[in-house]
Design a protein around this ligand. Structure first.
Ligand SMILES: Cc1cc2nc3c(=O)[nH]c(=O)nc-3n(C[C@H](O)[C@H](O)[C@H](O)COP(=O)(O)OP(=O)(O)OC[C@H]3O[C@@H](n4cnc5c(N)ncnc54)[C@H](O)[C@@H]3O)c2cc1C
Length: 383
């Protein structure tokens, strides 16, 4: 067993921390207030190589391991979970299936420009009646001459208002089976797609849309892999991304903890810093311990991805532990800081709003428990 990061991982962490503190953090307050994402960051992330970190060099990526991807997301999340949501929807959800299953033409037209930061991606899976339940998907693609006609709607789609293309899930057969779920690559803006920007409590610095899709024409060449049935690719993509999402919420917890700790050392009440009060020190001790526990789960998950042994249940455990810990840690950060924690000139309130999103997004905590419970029932989990 080896619990240490390699020198390359340590150097990556330093580079990412510097980048986020100097180039991204100055935009965070404005993003949160205006509910806008600074699009130029995608280009910068392309230059830094982090959008293609996980993809092989032979495909134009950087060929880093999953541990590196988690370090990158942890450092983005530490400054802004909203920016990490935009990063995840783009660099993973919107393009991983294209890298994994796309044709050569689809990769060169969409995957490569996306990892260079030249095109922004989004992933349209969830619907008004089908968030947790993908089988309830109503968006329907019907075969027409030369392509497909798609109608339906997609809800809560990260990056949709700013995206250049969307990886869109639609049913290519009328029956409600998982085999009928296929993926299409859709250029945006598009005739037949109207996008309403949504107002959110959390992740305000990322842009989220409700999409109304009405008789959208998509050519045959834009059906992923030019074949119907991509449900297994979606599931594989979501499982791996749950570990990445867990890394970003771990970052949020750290961002809040760092602010609360600095505050507790300097805030004087009745003549002494509040960290001298045992109640405050114990709260901080619990926060630090929860962060450490989540950190080991996240990097255990990343290691399993790198070993090729990650199961759906393991990914769910990682996401469940880290996202629930982030809620407790960010709430405790507010409590440590008292009234100051509620004020917008500190970040802990934003971190708490943002942490709340990830017990919902990428599968709610209940859905993670369902996945773990199913594995226990089947006897697939060692205890
Ligand atoms: C900010 C944000 C960004 C998002 N970005 C994207 C995106 O880019 N692309 C995308 O496709 N989706 C995106 N989503 C959608 C997200 O994945 C869904 O919100 C999530 O899967 C939950 O679906 P729902 O909101 O419809 O909740 P519902 O499915 O309606 O769930 C409501 C409640 O019922 C519970 N529940 C539902 N089914 C079960 C069950 N079987 N067992 C136990 N409990 C259950 C849930 O746990 C929850 O508590 C985003 C969501 C948010 C909030």
């Amino acid at each position: 067993m080896d619990f240490a990061f390699s020198p390359e991982h340590v150097a990556l962490r330093e580079t990412m921390r510097r980048h986020m503190e100097t180039e991204a953090k100055p935009h965070v307050r404005h993003s949160d207030e205006t509910e806008t994402f600074p699009k130029h960051l995608f280009k910068r992330w392309g230059e830094l190589g982090i959008l293609g970190a996980r993809y092989p060099e032979a495909d134009g990526g950087v060929g880093m391991d999953k541990v590196s991807d988690c370090i990158i997301r942890e450092e983005i999340g530490r400054v802004s979970q909203a920016y990490c949501g935009a990063f995840s929807a783009h660099s993973h959800l919107g393009v991983w299936p294209i890298w994994k299953a796309g044709t050569a033409a689809q990769k060169s037209a969409y995957f490569q420009p996306a990892i260079a930061g030249d095109k922004i991606a989004c992933f349209g899976l969830s619907e008004p009646d089908g968030g947790s339940d993908i089988r309830a998907m109503k968006t329907r693609a019907e075969k027409v001459d030369g392509g497909w006609k798609i109608s339906g709607s997609k809800l809560y789609i990260t990056n949709a208002p700013i995206a250049d293309f969307m990886l869109l899930a639609a049913r290519t057969k009328p029956d409600l089976t998982i085999d009928a779920v296929s993926l299409f690559i859709v250029d945006l803006p598009a005739k037949g797609v109207a996008i309403d920007a949504l107002k959110k409590e959390g992740l305000r610095g990322s842009e989220t849309g409700l999409l109304h899709i009405d008789e959208l024409f998509v050519p045959d060449s834009h059906l992923l892999a030019e074949r119907e049935g991509s449900y297994s690719v979606i599931l594989e993509s979501l499982s791996e991304n749950r570990v990445g999402v867990a890394a970003s919420v771990l970052g949020v917890a750290q961002g809040a903890m760092a602010e609360a700790l600095a505050f507790a050392r300097t805030r004087i009440v009745r003549g002494k810093p509040i960290i001298e009060y045992q109640a405050v020190a114990h709260r901080l001790a619990d926060m630090a311990t929860e962060i450490e526990a989540a950190r080991w789960m996240v990097y255990w998950g990343a290691w399993q991805v790198d070993e090729g042994t990650l199961t759906d249940a393991a990914a769910s455990k990682v996401k469940l532990v880290a996202s629930e810990a982030a809620i407790r840690v960010t709430e405790n950060a507010i409590r440590v800081m008292g009234g100051a924690g509620i004020m917008r000139d500190h970040s802990v309130g934003m971190h708490h709003r943002d942490a709340l999103v990830y017990v919902i997004g990428e599968g709610t905590s209940d859905i993670q428990r369902n996945i773990i419970g199913r594995a226990l029932k089947k006897g697939d989990l060692e205890i």
